[in-house]
Write a new protein. Sequence first.
Length: 94
Amino acid sequence: MLPGIGIQRLATVNTWNAGTSTLELEDPAGLDEPFSAVWLDGTTAAPGDSVRLQVSALSLLRGTRRDSIIIRSNDPEKPQAVLPITFTITGPDL
């Protein structure tokens, strides 16, 4: 892909800590190009707080791309969550 050329979409997902201990999150895993994800507020959330995960997709070609983000944490009840994502480009290829 050429730098600065393509279609990019961003989405932000909030991850809430409903527990009573600090939630520690690992870097998002499982994504292949054209997807990427990064924590915007760090990787820890106090009880009752949240952190934001920014997901981006960059592509030059029409079509639908699907993937899943794997989110791992120190949550004893659910140490791993899988978030499916879909990105669709319509119109001419760039």
